[in-house]
Design a protein around this ligand. Structure first.
Ligand SMILES: [Fe+2]
Ligand SMILES: [Fe+2]
Length: 459
């Protein structure tokens, strides 16, 4: 029977698809008529209207992670994983009581557990297959390998994103896109890893706990890392409540969140997490220096950067703690066989980080191209007549939700106004006789005026 529930081959009419549809039918997961609702962390549109045809028979390959199917799967997975986390609105819980009860209901929890292993296989098979561990590994060999990695690490992928932001035609819009993607992870920072602090596994557990209490600011709320990031968001006028901008998350950003939940939720992957945390803590201290520099370049020398400064400092310690207090004692206690899992986590974390950076860079560059169009060579019928932040868009515009473009698509406007949303602060408007191309692999939404007529050509 368990086989039927957890391992059934997915496909049309299979149990998985029925569960996914029932799960996504919950009111908290329905499409909304607007891009965000303030102060309600339970509402998470799952792109329900795109479920017909949703098929997980073949796992996503690495070049399909920026697809619409990936967006749907990753939204569902995060909504399942985060049922383990406590969320409350800032105010007026009574008005959100139904959403609160629905999100944490037994029915959604059970359905989620049937769906989860199937979707994990669907989205994570490609990264699992990309890593091949061979050869004989000892802790000495691993330490030498890691030291080489640390000394040579320059966070090039992250630096490319920072350069895309600072050299953008509209660096502010690009930086806001970036901060929103970070928010999905940073506002629940350390929640996934905290799953490894419970149970009883000796001194290693207490060493893990030391890292988590740093992340939580030793119980001092104003210096908890997620609180520091809330201040970054507030300094730029963004809502600090988790997942307000859920509809703007790229599938490649959700994927990063989901990966850490995946390896932390199932304790079979504990040693994989040891490797991943070593990579992340080592890389993040370098990336945070780049982020702090970007914030100052874009927003001036008084930009709110405490979050980044804290990590430049503390993650140097966390990197050392992960190696000396977790990995070395674990291998000494349990032998070299766990090194293959540790290495796997270390390698996979690098791949996941690159997927995050590449997806974000592509989105930022595409969205920024609309600001460039005034001076560019593009013909006038392809230049938006206006580019504004979403907050300035006519409130009566129809909102149909964000999705990923799976192939190059051209929208040709016959009448009215066609507003294309390429990000939180990038709404490009096109009028009669104009056209706009949406390339494959970007997140978008369109908001046509009531009198708008347009044609769609897929290439
Ligand atoms: Fe942190
Ligand atoms: Fe850390």
């Amino acid at each position: 029977m368990l086989n039927d529930v957890a391992e059934v081959a997915p496909g049309d009419g299979a149990l998985l698809n029925r569960c996914v549809r029932t799960y996504a039918d919950a009111p908290v997961f329905k499409e909304m008529d607007r891009p965000w609702v303030e102060d309600n962390p339970f509402l998470r549109p799952l792109l329900t209207c795109d479920f017909p045809g949703f098929d997980t028979t073949n796992p996503l390959s690495s070049d399909q992670l920026a697809s619409n199917a990936s967006l749907i799967a990753n939204r569902i997975l995060l909504s399942i994983y985060e049922r383990d986390f406590v969320f409350l609105p800032r105010h007026e819980l009574d008005q959100k009581w139904e959403n609160f009860n629905s999100y944490y209901s037994d029915e959604l929890r059970l359905l989620g557990e049937i769906i989860r292993p199937q979707l994990e296989r669907y989205v994570f098979s490609s990264v699992n297959e990309e890593v091949n561990i061979s050869g004989t590994w000892t802790i000495e060999v691993f330490e030498a390998y890691f030291n080489d990695y640390r000394e040579g690490f320059k966070a090039e992928g992250n630096q490319e994103v920072m350069t895309a932001i600072t050299s953008a035609c509209n660096p502010t819009a690009a930086a806001l896109t970036y901060l929103i993607q970070l928010a999905g992870d940073f506002l629940v920072e350390s929640s996934a890893m905290a799953r490894n602090t419970v149970g009883n596994y000796g001194p290693l557990q207490s060493e893990m706990f030391k890292v988590v209490i740093d992340e939580c600011g030793y119980g001092v709320h104003p210096v908890k890392h997620s609180t520091l990031f809330e201040r970054v968001l507030q300094s730029r006028g963004l809502d600090p409540v988790p997942h307000t901008y859920w509809q703007f998350y790229l599938p490649t950003s959700l994927y990063l969140n989901n990966y850490y939940n995946y390896i932390c939720r199932n304790h079979r992957h504990l040693f994989r997490y040891f490797g991943a945390i070593l990579q992340v803590e080592t890389a993040f201290r370098v990336a945070c220096k780049q982020m702090a520099d970007m914030m100052k370049t874009v927003f001036g020398k008084h930009a709110e950067t405490d979050y980044f400064a804290e990590h430049i400092h503390i993650d140097t310690h966390h990197s050392r703690m992960a190696l000396e207090n977790l990995i070395i004692p674990a291998v000494k206690t349990y032998g070299n066989s766990i090194l293959s899992d540790i290495l796997r986590g270390f390698e996979e974390a690098q791949i996941i980080g690159s997927i995050f950076s590449n997806g974000l860079k592509k989105q930022i560059e595409w969205a920024d191209s609309f600001f460039a169009s005034g001076e560019s060579d593009s013909p006038s019928e392809e230049r938006p007549f206006r580019v504004i932040p979403f907050s300035e868009l006519d409130k009566h515009r129809r909102w149909e939700g964000t999705r990923m473009s799976d192939m190059d698509t051209v929208y040709s406007v016959r009448s009215g106004e066609f507003d294309l949303v390429a990000g939180y602060s990038v709404v490009a408007s096109f009028g009669a006789g104009q056209r706009v191309r949406v390339p494959a692999g970007v997140l978008f939404a369109y908001c046509p005026s009531a009198d708008c007529a347009y044609e769609v050509y897929q290439c």
